[in-house]
Design a protein around this ligand. Structure first.
Ligand SMILES: *[C@@H]1O[C@H](CO)[C@@H](O)[C@H](O)[C@H]1NC(C)=O
Length: 626
């Protein structure tokens, strides 16, 4: 084992523990959707506001808009505010209370109470006081207005009522501009001026990570938030602050550039300058026209009879009823429910309409059209019309496994899987992976095994899906060369991430599989483990200790009998073996199936793979050098 193996692994574990917001649709899809503005009346509004066609991840919580046909409104503490004007550079807006629009008699009485962490008043406001259900007043009739059930009175700071208002049944304060208050006073307090003042509204400044958003926009991004975390959507991915200039998109271009250079030199040598310049011209034209489109087309042509059915975009649109029913969002696009002309239900994955996903598209078709196994999702066709790309699969009524892991313990009973079912799912996924490695001439490494990519049919039979990152290799190849890390944080094997850990191979999928099974077992860590302050206990370390001390697992609250205990023990032991940092310590996937199907008493307890979790390394993380 290399000497720098363990420090590197502890850094790896730390990186894994950094919470990464779950990415919904493909990056570019997010970038595009958050670039759209909310339109209502003659206004177009962007971050921090969201609503309508702007999904919540394009805005900030608390800034949802609705449109009453004329103007956009937001609601806070039961009062709706109509947006009259907005200034993005100063983060200010002018709003008026919707219930006092052209009226003094709202159906219900509320004060103006804005959430102070989101909004602050600017200096130019003052309150108008509105009184209802008062004892008889002796004041100027100009301060009086009539409501269906009562007479109302109003004051501004400068225009006090001559009688105490303390006895009035209802008192409401509504902010207005100071200039409007002055106009009321100097105009002698006519109702027209009051209406003008209320309709004129007041000024507010919003506070929603303003400076972060400014930086994001300046770097070419669109602002938004995912689970309350500010997020900057960039052309080529997400960022917590600003769009970096380099990224996978650029590096891919550099690679293409280098390949072109090399090919050019070879051509120069072989066919002479004259033909070469012609070839370059053709190439430039081709590049402008289609970038990676041509690759995909060529791939489909070469695929011949193996190529699955091809659909037009209009077919896909018809199939999904114009993308009305969204089933979910995967790593590379949104998934919609659809129906084939023969009535069969399908799931249609619409890939983000960006260039550069050609390789993912090829990976997906190349991998999945070769497979036929109960634990691999059935591929039914595809659509490829320039940037419009879709993949069509069999429909999975129970959706993806993550739903059952992360919502477990919720009141919705249907989301709580029995141990028996969890075990069957674990075995099914292992069988699917075994098939990918052994079942066909070409070995397929998936590289993105995680709960979101495991679909469940009506009988909870798991099906591996999403082959966008897959790699096909000859069966004789035991190690795979890769240009960049692929996978999802939390499931990537350390060797994919950092070469110090060994070569990348099918054992890398075994690692991801182990993480997945461990999550299935531990999904309810904070609810099910009967330990006080359980949230502070590092679940993996805790469970490892239980096993090591020979304790039984009935402390996992959902375990009710011996059989379930045995199942849980097997799943935990197998997953601990699979997530060993050193690939050669991990079992092969056929061995995993064997381990799961045998008795847990035959299984030894592996080394603690979490030895370097933050729980056990209390020192300053900076001392752990890579
Ligand atoms: C509005 O606030 C004032 C105090 O600032 C209070 O006296 C009044 O009852 C409140 N009105 C309503 C409708 O809650």
């Amino acid at each position: 084992m290399p000497p720098n193996f363990f420090p590197a692994y502890s850094v790896f574990l730390m990186i894994m523990l950094i919470p990464v917001p779950r990415v919904v649709c493909q990056d570019n899809h997010l970038f595009v959707s958050c670039g759209a503005q909310y339109e209502c009346g003659n206004m177009a509004i962007s971050y921090p506001f969201w609503g309508g066609s702007r999904p919540n991840y394009c805005g900030h919580p608390g800034f949802e808009l609705t449109c009453d046909g004329e103007a956009p409104e937001f609601t806070m503490n039961e009062v709706s505010y109509r947006i009259l004007d907005i200034n993005n550079s100063s983060h200010t807006l002018t709003v008026a209370r919707a219930d006092y629009w052209d009226s003094y008699c709202p159906p219900q009485y509320f004060n103006t109470t804005l959430n102070e962490s989101l909004f602050s008043y600017n200096a130019t406001y003052t309150d108008v006081g509105l009184y209802y259900y008062c004892p008889q007043f002796t004041i100027a009739s100009s301060n009086q207005f009539n409501c269906p059930n009562t007479t109302g009175y109003y004051t501004t700071l400068d225009l006090n009522l001559s009688v105490s208002t303390g006895n009035c049944g209802v008192y409401v304060t509504v902010p207005i501009f100071k200039s409007a208050a002055t106009a009321i006073v100097s105009g002698g307090g006519t109702l027209t001026l009051l209406t003008d003042a209320l309709n004129g509204g007041f000024g507010l400044e919003w506070n929603a990570n303003n400076s972060l958003c400014r930086e994001c926009i300046e770097s070419g991004g669109h602002c938004g938030s995912i689970s309350n975390q500010f997020t900057c959507y960039c052309r080529n991915g997400l960022s917590p602050s600003t769009c970096r200039k380099s990224g996978p998109y650029v590096s891919r271009k550099i690679i293409i550039g280098m390949v072109v250079l090399i090919v050019s030199f070879v051509m120069l040598g072989c066919i002479g300058i004259k033909r070469y310049s012609l070839a370059v011209k053709t190439w430039v034209f081709w590049k402008k026209e289609s970038e990676d489109d041509e690759n995909v087309e060529a791939f489909i042509r070469n695929y011949g009879s193996l190529a699955p059915k091809r659909y037009n975009y209009s077919d896909v649109k018809k199939m999904t009823n114009s993308f009305t029913s969204e089933l979910g969002q995967g790593g590379f696009g949104c998934v919609y429910e659809g129906k084939l002309p023969d009535g069969r239900m399908v799931a249609v994955k619409l890939l983000s309409n960006s260039k550069g996903n050609g390789q993912d598209f090829i990976n997906e078709i190349a991998s999945i059209s070769r497979t036929s196994h109960i634990n691999i999702v059935t591929f039914m066709g595809f659509c490829f019309e320039r940037s419009r790309r879709a993949l069509i699969y069999e429909f999975m009524p129970n959706g993806s496994l993550d739903k059952f892991i992360y919502n477990r313990g919720s009141s919705d009973e249907s989301l709580n899987l029995e141990w028996k079912t969890m075990y069957q799912i674990a075995v099914g996924i292992a069988r699917g992976l075994e098939y990918l490695y052994r079942g066909c001439n070409t070995r397929i490494l998936h590289f993105d095994i995680k709960p979101h990519n495991i679909l469940l049919d009506q009988n909870f039979i798991p099906k591996i899906s999403d082959f966008g990152l897959a790699k096909l290799c000859q069966k004789t190849e035991s190690m795979v060369s890769m240009t960049h890390a692929r996978g999802t944080t939390g499931y990537i094997a350390p060797e994919v991430f950092c070469r110090n850990f060994g070569g990348v191979s099918h054992k890398s999928d075994v690692y991801s599989y182990g993480m997945l099974v461990f999550e299935m077992v531990g999904g309810r860590k904070n609810i099910d483990v009967q330990v006080s302050h359980s949230s502070q206990i590092h679940f993996p370390t805790w469970i490892y200790k239980q096993l090591h001390l020979g304790k039984d697992l009935t402390v996992l609250r959902s375990i009710t009998n011996e059989e379930e205990e045995e199942t849980a023990r097997k799943m935990i032991l197998v997953s601990l073996w699979c997530i060993q940092p050193n690939p050669s310590d991990r079992p092969s996937i056929d061995k995993v199936v064997e381990m799961l199907e045998g008795s847990s008493h035959l299984l030894e307890i592996p080394l603690n793979p979490f030895m370097f979790s933050p729980q056990n390394t209390p020192q300053d993380p900076s001392t752990a050098s890579p």
